[in-house]
Design a protein around this ligand. Sequence first.
Ligand code: FPP
Length: 246
Amino acid sequence: MSTLIKQVRADGLPRHVAVIMDGNGRWAKARGLPRVAGHQAGAQAAERLIRFAGGKLGLKNLTLFAFSTENWNRPAEEVDFLMHLLDQFITEKLKEFIREGVRLIVSGDLGGLPSQIRETVRNAIEQTAQNDRLLLNVALNYGARQEIVRACQRVASAAVAGKLNLVELDENSFACFLYTDGIPDPDIIIRTSGEMRLSNFLLWQAAYAELYFTGTLWPDFTPAELLKTIASYQKRERRFGGVRNV
Ligand code: FPP
């Protein structure tokens, strides 16, 4: 780890890393365990990563895709388990978040969640609102198309209320209507478990993100692998549609 951390330039850290945490089910299956055991191990991997990102690494913004709008199609017991796991995770971590300067926000439709987790999330958002060391954005009941449609509805409401002049609407002002208002776009999007899709994740914000796909199953994803990803990101040349540097 210590040699790896030296390979990463502190001045070139991504401003925002976003992760599609995939492969919990396969991790469990490979061990002859029920799928939910994979989610439990996945929560531990998330815990390790958050602690490392906000601590030693000094990352400012981290988004974790915890539950998509499509995940409701899973068996009811698995959905219930995930809701309970996320509720428990946020409840148990709240003290540490407050102590370590982690600010929690959620991207997604909170109104569509069971009331218990909705309250846990609202309370954690409120209690960590002043923290500024690491912004932890948990995508929960999130879908990027839903986010964009919601942004359009909010734009329309603002225009009807006379608070927005549509002629002045541009990419920057539109982005303020997304869940990620105020957060820089992700520089890196990581997906674990070998799948190479964005699966309705941050479609607007991903416009210029570097994409990293690893075969590692989410529960096995370590801070060391995050460091390797960042070291590799720092070697990539980002052009944002411009010309190659020669
Ligand atoms: C994908 O694995 C994972 C999920 C749908 C849930 C992600 C949730 C966690 C990792 C729990 C903890 C999260 C936080 C933020 C505490 P999968 O079930 O689709 O795996 P498979 O593709 O191998 O079946």
